[in-house]
Design a protein around this ligand. Structure first.
Ligand code: A5P
Length: 216
């Protein structure tokens, strides 16, 4: 394993051990860190709510029972993030699954458990990563013009369609007020959702290079 992978695995396995009990309904996020959590969940008697087709396939391959957010609410959600600030606010959507991820995470009864390696921690959002925004293909160029008023640069994610059949615009620049921006962006007609997660984050579990785990 690469060093970053062993940190991801450490955080994922720690979170599953600490927060998951048999019989629970768990929202399951998307991405390379969550992959390690799915492996760890396979042995537990849980019911999963997958947040992407990719996660659904991985769960089915390991025999994890599944349901949907329409049938029941998860106790907790386990998911990765692209950036995490010290107030537990996140940028997500590097894998393009942000809309389904937020639809599940914000409904978790006891909140979202974020798993990540140390490099994801930042002192402000937008420092290293761009902010993904899911948009209707019908009006994507019009939405891009609206977003260009707020960001330094906005790029269409090339050759990419979300599980919902939409496009992603990646927005570069510092995020000043995450709570406000999260709401404001969703007021732009044609925006489905944005990758800012400012609510319902219960815990952040960080795998450190030293081999230790930090929780805050
Ligand atoms: C998926 O759309 C994202 O929100 C992921 O949770 C995020 O990109 C983290 O992915 P990695 O665990 O692969 O870094």
């Amino acid at each position: 394993l690469k060093l970053s992978d062993s940190q991801k695995k450490l955080a994922a396995e720690y979170a599953v051990e600490k927060f998951v009990k048999g019989g629970m309904t768990i929202g399951i996020g998307t991405g390379s860190t969550v992959k390690f959590a799915i492996d760890a969940l396979a042995g537990k008697n849980v019911i999963g709510i997958p947040t992407s087709k990719d996660t659904e396939e991985k769960c089915l391959a390991l025999g994890i029972k599944l349901t949907t957010i329409n049938e029941r609410l998860p106790e907790i959600v386990i998911d990765g993030a692209d950036e995490i600030d010290l107030k537990k606010r996140l940028i997500k959507g590097g894998g393009g699954a942000l809309t389904r991820e937020k639809a599940v995470a914000y409904r978790a009864k006891r909140g979202l458990i974020v798993i990540a390696h140390e490099a994801k921690l930042v002192d402000y959002l937008g420092k290293r990563f761009y902010l993904p925004v899911e948009v209707l293909p019908f009006c994507w160029k019009a939405v891009r013009r609206d977003l260009e008023e707020r960001f330094e640069r906005v790029e269409l994610r090339e050759n990419f369609t979300t599980d919902n059949g939409n496009f992603i615009l990646d927005c570069y620049g510092r995020v000043g007020e995450p709570e406000k921006l999260e709401k404001d962006l969703n007021q732009i007609p044609g925006v489905l959702e944005n990758g800012l997660f400012t609510r319902n984050v219960a815990k952040v579990v960080i795998g450190r290079e030293s081999g230790e785990v930090d929780i805050f």
